[in-house]
Design a protein around this ligand. Structure first.
Ligand code: ADP
Length: 321
């Protein structure tokens, strides 16, 4: 078997992450404290960065294992069904009939450019433990790429990344939200993906210029991360690999209508590309292409593209094992 065939046989992604039910009420403006306001629309849809990235990767053709905890006291069965409908393997999902799943209650005011207010209740996401993740050791060791976000406990992520490393998988941490990360955690991260705000929060720097973001990436690399990707919204991505000059990769030019979830679609594409054995620049490009389609549509998971919707340069897709 050639090296590239070996990669083809391992085009598998494991996601250690959060899953929520998002409840979104739209009104002409946000209510004041104590006020009851007539709304205009209501949508309930699965979300959570883990589930979003799992869905993005599955739609792009990756074979995805999801490792999570879902409280089924309310809505949890719907969340589980939504993953299965995307072809995502859920053997690593622990259910808990006594717990609530993660729930985000979101209010959006139409006037003022769609400003929002959110109450997020982490529910069972906060209960994901290192031993839950240990139970998915086989999936983690068989994956080509293991990705996590910081909406679940760091101890669970670290355990998962150590198992992933032991199996030879590449680890990707999307540090969203930006929480303090230990050197031990950063030491098991191959790729750190952050947006501009997160890069500055994690590095403790303040300069938002490209030079400042490059310096922030260097701070994180000095603490043990191999590669840092700073996403820059419509300005694309800053790719910082150890020992090489940082490279800005421009975003695809589209008319964006809803950029919520852009980062999750990007990460889903990135990890799919890496799992397919693509070079870093090509994996980033796959993430950018997917995100550019998603931002031109409304919704989060509902806006994520299928592989067939991508430009033809991404048509070649390695078979999942
Ligand atoms: P986050 O949602 O985590 O803040 P970003 O806003 O930086 O992440 O977006 C992630 C990626 O999505 C970008 O690097 C870019 O490739 C793509 N993207 C985001 N906004 C746009 C846009 N307006 N036009 C085209 N691509 C976009």
């Amino acid at each position: 078997m050639t090296a590239s065939n070996a990669n083809q046989a391992r085009a598998r992604v494991a996601v250690i992450g959060s899953i929520n039910m998002d409840m979104v009420a739209h009104a002409h403006r946000l209510p004041a404290a104590g006020e009851t306001l007539a709304g205009e629309d209501f949508v309930m849809a699965p979300g959570g960065k883990g589930a979003n990235q799992a869905v993005a990767a599955a739609r792009l053709g990756a074979s995805v294992d999801f490792i999570a905890r879902i409280g089924t006291r309310q809505y949890g069965h719907d969340l589980l069904a939504s993953l299965k409908a995307e072809g995502i393997a859920c053997a690593g999902v622990q259910t808990d009939a006594s717990a609530l799943p993660g729930i985000a209650v979101i209010m959006v005011g139409r006037e003022g450019g769609g400003e929002n207010a959110i109450v997020y209740v982490p529910g069972s996401n906060a209960q994901l433990s290192a031993s839950d993740v240990q139970g998915s050791a086989a999936a983690l060791k068989n994956a080509a790429v293991v990705v996590a976000q910081t909406e679940v406990p760091l101890a669970a992520i670290q355990q998962g990344f150590e198992l992933a490393r032991a199996g030879g998988a590449v680890t990707v941490l999307n540090a969203a939200p930006a929480l303090p990360l230990s050197d031990a955690m950063l030491g098991v991260v191959d790729w750190l993906v952050v947006n501009e705000t997160e890069a500055l929060q994690l590095s403790g720097l303040q300069d938002k210029s490209l030079d400042g973001l490059r310096a922030a990436a260097q701070v994180l690399q000095l603490r043990g991360v191999k590669q840092v990707l700073v996403t820059l919204g419509a300005e694309g991505v800053l790719l910082c690999c150890s020992g090489q000059a940082a490279q800005q990769l421009p975003a695809f030019v589209v008319e964006a209508v809803d950029t919520v979830g852009a980062g999750d679609t990007f990460v889903g594409g990135l990890v799919t590309g890496l799992a397919e054995g693509r070079a870093a620049v090509d994996a980033v490009r796959l993430g950018q292409a997917a995100a550019s389609i998603a931002v031109a549509r409304c919704g989060v998971q509902s806006a994520m593209p299928l592989r067939a919707e991508l430009p033809s340069e991404f048509a070649a897709q390695m078979a999942a094992a």
